[in-house]
Design a protein around this ligand. Structure first.
Ligand code: HEM
Ligand code: HEM
Length: 172
């Protein structure tokens, strides 16, 4: 039987897996505002700020640990992940700020009118494209974790469900 700490880890991993799947799909939807419509584009990406906060909180121990060890001895994989995560953070901030500056739905609805100008639109487009590239790398670097978690928490439970059903049918 699993002990208390193993249970906590399993719940945390499941939460991470579902959150990561949701933000991944949400990011792909936001990459195509003309298909989703601009209102969905804006509200969905604003909601992603909350999802990203949870994503970071769930890895807070890792962030703190690697921040402390970054200048000392650290494995290459962790070092690369750390730098890439910072690039993702900076680029994500640029996407959100430039998006808010060109907002056509969310901000006008809140009665906020921002001055146009500067190259906000170009910055938004550019940072979104860079974001897609960084997310590709982020996903590739966590591929092992993704495959293991999907297998353990999505594929295996379905397989178990069907084999239990088959046994039940055979017993009838
Ligand atoms: C947009 C969609 C994103 C997806 C689908 C995604 C996916 C993942 C996955 C699968 C993991 C490994 C398992 C886990 O700990 O959850 C992970 C870890 C992590 N992600 Fe993300 N992530 C995204 C965005 C971001 C962004 C924007 C940042 C930085 C601001 C970030 C920072 C981290 C950190 C700090 C970790 C844990 C440390 C590590 O192993 O790199 N992620 N992410
Ligand atoms: C994850 C976050 C986001 C991503 C990946 C993203 C991505 C994109 C992309 C790829 C475009 C098309 C650019 C073009 O065709 O030139 C776009 C346009 C736009 N985005 Fe975002 N965006 C995000 C967040 C936001 C936010 C937070 C807002 C405002 C609250 C926003 C408002 C807009 C607007 C107004 C447009 C112009 C749409 C049009 O062509 O009329 N975006 N975004």
């Amino acid at each position: 039987m699993a002990n208390e700490s193993q249970k906590t880890t399993a719940v945390q991993t499941k939460t991470k897996l579902w959150l990561d799947i949701i933000v991944f799909v949400a990011f792909l939807i936001t990459m195509d505002p003309h298909t989703s419509g601009i209102a969905i584009h804006e509200w969905l990406s604003l909601a992603m700020i909350a999802a990203m906060t949870v994503h970071l909180l769930l890895s807070w121990d890792w962030i703190m640990e690697i921040s402390g060890r970054f200048l000392g001895k650290l494995g290459t994989q962790n070092r690369i992940n750390y730098i890439l995560n910072w690039l993702l953070f900076i680029d994500g901030t640029l996407i959100m700020i430039s998006g808010i500056m060109i907002s056509e739905v969310a901000l006008p609805l809140m009665g906020i009118k921002l001055p146009m100008g500067f190259a906000w639109r170009r910055l938004h487009d550019m940072s979104a494209n860079i974001g897609l590239l960084l997310l590709g790398l982020h996903t590739a670097l966590h591929w092992g974790w993704i495959v293991t978690a999907i297998n353990k928490y999505l594929v295996q439970p379905i397989v178990k469900l069907f084999s239990a059903k088959q046994k039940k049918d055979a017993a009838i």
